[in-house]
Ligand binder design. Structure first.
Ligand code: SAH
Ligand code: SF4
Ligand code: F3S
Length: 446
């Protein structure tokens, strides 16, 4: 019987991508995917250190996993290897041995290509935790096996790390300095994905629009160039990129939103706050007006574009007026989707030791007000979709038999009664129902 693996992914799309590459490596070693941790001989948690809650959840989930491991051993005599990957490992390597000594191996987001080697070592030295978090001065992507396509929508990391050092954020510490993959490596990976059935590629990087990878002649190329090259790939139907940094959106990139039909009319462009004072304290390289200018230009290039953002409420020193400035900005942009968080103090980041921290109660109140406003725009946009026909890429089975879940060009989730032969296909769907988080519709021409 072949060995089975289970990967649980926390955090951002970058981690989802890394998990898919870890799955590729394990499949090359003969592992098959398990339906649950209980059935797996190897369980890997790919972790996030972004906010305190996410990081703490890893340790509580690990405790539960350890119980499952012991039950499995007692009931079936089958052992389980427990591995940790991702940003918690990079940030808390010393804590892991203390808080979860039963972890067999731990490897950071830049070193996971060494998992096959770690598994081999575990086989040799039983009961020793291997913690592997050196920041290697090499391109991890060179050490990964060729990627495989895992469905109709795929992520493709084109950049790693971040140099922005927003004062609240752990990413520059967990993922290191910004690095762009070469153009040809990205194109080759994209072509493999498309050959394997991918119709939509979402290019990933923490600051993806500062991409500056080298082409085959050694010339640095920007994201706009890469998007144009990718849109020439036959069989690729949709392109997206995330996450963009407002100060690095240039006119060349904006023109892609006018010229490239494969580029979806949706952009996640996090602003974090609408107050100049707070943006400065966050060390963001844009102010409110810069951001609005970019939004206006994008809407001019493609009037149908829908925007989304991340927000942090209760950043140290945020006054009622600062918070109101954020609400005003939301009313100006009318985001069609958004993520909002209470500021979380992350050890080692500059803002964690700012003196004017905001009370939890105030953060909670502000989050509720902001989310209600954001949800109202999201619901309005979704409701306005009713009656329209949109191309939907179905990439998941629904909860009920005969139901599929897909994505509209605007990243709205859509449920439809549709047979599984339409999985990983783009189908025109007439929208018939909407709520805040999803749409329903009827496939047309079938
Ligand atoms: N590179 C991306 C996002 C990285 S983290 C960008 O620059 O937009 C994803 C989101 O988590 C951030 O946009 C931010 O809104 C949120 N976040 C990051 N650190 C946080 C913290 N300490 N507290 C609360 N939210 C945080
Ligand atoms: Fe973090 Fe800022 Fe970099 Fe985004 S741009 S990853 S928020 S430091
Ligand atoms: Fe979390 Fe690391 Fe992504 S901290 S948000 S998983 S880069």
């Amino acid at each position: 019987m072949s060995k089975k693996y289970y990967i649980k992914t926390f955090g951002c799309q970058m981690n989802v991508y890394d998990s898919s590459r870890i799955a590729d490596m394990l499949q090359n070693l003969g592992y098959e995917e398990a339906a649950s941790p209980r059935q797996a001989d190897l369980v890997i948690f790919n972790t996030c250190h972004n906010r305190k809650k996410a990081a703490e959840k890893v340790f509580s989930d690990l405790g539960r996993l350890y119980n499952i491991k012991q039950e499995r051993l007692a009931e079936e005599g089958r052992d389980m290897i427990i591995g940790l990957a991702g940003c918690v490992v990079q940030a808390e390597d010393e804590q892991i041995a203390k808080r979860a000594p039963y972890v067999d191996f731990a490897t950071g987001p830049l070193t996971y290509y060494r998992i096959p080697q770690l598994l081999e070592e575990i086989g040799r030295k039983k009961g020793v935790s291997l913690i592997d978090t050196d920041f290697p001065a090499i391109d991890k992507f060179d050490y990964l096996p060729d990627n495989q396509s895992h469905g109709g929508c795929s992520y493709l990391a084109i950049q790693e790390g971040c140099n922005n050092f927003c004062t609240y954020c752990v990413v520059p510490y967990t993922r290191g300095a910004e690095f762009s993959r070469p153009v040809e490596a990205v194109l080759a990976e994209a072509k493999r994905l498309v050959a394997g059935g991918t119709l939509e590629i979402n290019l990933l990087g923490q600051n993806v629009n500062s991409y500056h990878g080298e082409d085959s002649a050694g010339k640095e190329r920007n994201l706009a160039y890469l998007l144009r090259r990718l849109s020439e790939i036959d069989g690729l139907k949709r392109l997206r990129y995330t996450t963009s940094y407002p100060a690095d959106v240039d006119d060349d990139l904006i023109s892609c939103h006018r010229d490239l039909s494969k580029l979806m009319p949706y952009l996640h462009l996090p602003v974090q706050s609408g107050s100049d004072r707070i943006l400065k304290a966050m060390n963001r390289r844009h102010n409110r007006d810069d951001y609005i200018r970019v939004i206006d230009k994008l809407k001019e290039a493609n009037p149908a574009i829908g925007l989304s953002s991340d927000f942090i409420v209760g950043f140290p020193g945020e006054s009622d007026a600062d918070f109101q400035a954020t609400l005003d900005l939301v009313n100006y942009v009318k985001y069609i989707q958004a993520f909002s968080f209470k500021y979380s103090r992350r050890p080692g980041t500059p803002a964690a030791v700012y003196e004017n921290q905001i009370e939890e109660k105030v953060k909670k109140e502000r989050l509720e007000i902001l989310q209600n406003l954001l949800f109202s725009y999201q619901l309005r946009f979704n409701t306005e979709s009713i009656g329209k026909t949109m191309p939907v890429l179905f990439d998941m089975k629904g909860r009920h038999k005969g139901q599929l879940i897909g994505r509209t060009p605007y990243m709205q989730n859509l449920h439809a009664e549709l047979g599984k032969e339409y999985l990983n296909k783009i189908v025109p769907v007439k929208i018939t129902g909407a709520n805040t988080n999803s749409l329903s519709g009827i496939a047309e021409g079938i």
